[in-house]
Design a protein around this ligand. Structure first.
Ligand SMILES: Cc1cc2nc3c(=O)[nH]c(=O)nc-3n(C[C@H](O)[C@H](O)[C@H](O)COP(=O)(O)OP(=O)(O)OC[C@H]3O[C@@H](n4cnc5c(N)ncnc54)[C@H](O)[C@@H]3O)c2cc1C
Length: 385
């Protein structure tokens, strides 16, 4: 196996590094820097120029190099979140021309923020059972029902939502994918108090909320297939190797600066053993991400590997948090109601987030089911021999 990037890509890395060194200093204007990076072809590479992207030929290795160099310099990379990472690719694949023109550029620039209105009480893993309904009346959809776990809805102007519009159709064929303006009297957004004290999640209630007839992505009743292409993008967003790398680096930093049993934690044999195991696992994840990259380069698509990478990354986050807990010897780190010692708060969040990562974007159990059934060919769930 050849794991070098090669001369062409090494030269490209030097160009990117030079660009970042020249144009980014801590405290510089992030919007201006992003504009320059787009003009240079470094950000939003897969997005046509007419919608605000830099329209570069697909090259996952270059994309990876850019991500690495921007991260190393702590320079602003592409904006993250539902809008850029989930909605924009979906609009590019399935959206009407006017929708692309109206929404993509302002989403890329961060002007428009989007909430994801999928989950409902009783419809999470079994998403296709969702009941929030939309009826077409006089040129607009009238929506009634409820969504839940809607992250950051109060900070968003818009929502992309799965709504049951075809009451008589079989459950997977009765759903449409609608775009909604959240700023209207028919929508009530209520924050939910979280175990870690935050309130990022919301319940969203619809009482005769409205959206224009043509704010639909794909045709009526096709929302399920539109959402499937979107969930692929969500898993890409959640399973990136850069998250694991950042987690390992912060754990390493913690081990280097924390006293444990009269010595720096990194000298403790147990800690060293755990760090070595986590580093080995990180390298395995890196190889797996290279494999995903090679498949994408050869046009095969990431397939189940994407799902496996997301699963592995969720487990990794929890494993890192547990070692941090052992280094800090602070019982309260994994107790949601305890008070961690001052300075340890971020590790509480890290632990809690690692649990959330195993649920968001499809739970780990569901990922395992799909990998087992589609990847390993095991019998389908509930199937009797
Ligand atoms: C951090 C975070 C952010 C989120 N943000 C959003 C958002 O912005 N918008 C949105 O719409 N949703 C969001 N969600 C919701 C998320 O998509 C759902 O929580 C998830 O799909 C699981 O659904 P559920 O919570 O209803 O659990 P359930 O589906 O009720 O599952 C409960 C448990 O049963 C297990 N289980 C269920 N079915 C099976 C099965 N067939 N086989 C084996 N085990 C099974 C699950 O793995 C889980 O452990 C977010 C969740 C989290 C944690």
């Amino acid at each position: 196996m050849e794991l070098n990037y090669g001369a062409e890509h090494d030269a490209f890395r030097a160009q990117v590094r030079d660009f970042v060194c020249t144009h980014w200093k801590h405290g510089s204007d992030t919007t201006l820097f992003r504009q320059k990076a787009i003009a240079q072809g470094y950000l939003y590479r897969g997005i046509p120029k007419q919608y605000g992207g830099s329209e570069q030929p697909s090259d996952p290795i270059k994309a990876r190099i850019i991500a690495e160099e921007f991260a190393a310099a702590k320079a602003p990379a592409e904006i993250r979140g539902n809008g850029v990472q989930m909605l924009v690719p979906t609009l590019l694949e399935r959206g009407a021309e006017w929708q692309k023109e109206r929404f993509i550029a302002k989403t890329l620039s961060g002007e428009y923020r989007w909430a994801q209105g999928f989950s409902e009480p009783g419809s999470g893993s079994d998403l296709a059972s969702l009941r929030t309904r939309g009826e077409l009346r006089e040129g607009q959809w009238v929506i009634n029902g409820q969504k839940v776990w809607t992250s950051y809805a109060r900070d968003c102007q818009y929502m992309f939502a799965l709504i049951r519009t075809e009451a008589q159709a079989p459950k997977h064929h009765g759903i449409s994918y609608l775009l909604l303006d959240l700023n209207q009297p028919g929508i009530d957004i209520r924050p939910m108090k979280q175990i870690n004290g935050g309130d990022d999640f919301n319940e969203v209630f619809f009482t005769d909320a409205v959206t224009p007839e043509d704010w639909i992505v794909g045709a009526r009743g096709e929302g399920w297939s539109v959402s499937k292409s979107l969930l692929k993008h969500e898993r890409n967003m959640l399973g990136g190797i850069d998250r694991s790398e950042a987690l390992f680096e912060s754990l390493l930093g913690l081990a280097r600066r924390t006293e444990k049993g009269g010595m720096t934690a990194i000298l403790d044999p147990w800690v060293r053993d755990r760090l070595a195991a986590l580093k080995a696992e990180l390298e395995a994840q890196r190889c797996s991400s290279y494999l995903q990259m090679s498949r994408e380069l050869s046009g095969q698509g990431g397939g189940l590997l994407q799902m496996m990478n997301k699963l592995v990354q969720s487990n990794y986050a929890a494993a890192v948090a547990k070692v941090a807990n052992a280094i800090l010897e602070d019982e309260n780190l994994i107790s949601p109601i305890g008070n961690p010692r001052p300075g340890n708060e971020r590790w509480v969040n890290q632990y809690m987030n690692s649990l959330a990562a195993a649920i968001a974007g499809g739970t780990s159990n569901i990922q395992r089911n799909i990998i087992a059934e589609r990847g390993l060919g095991l019998p389908r769930e509930g199937h009797q021999e």
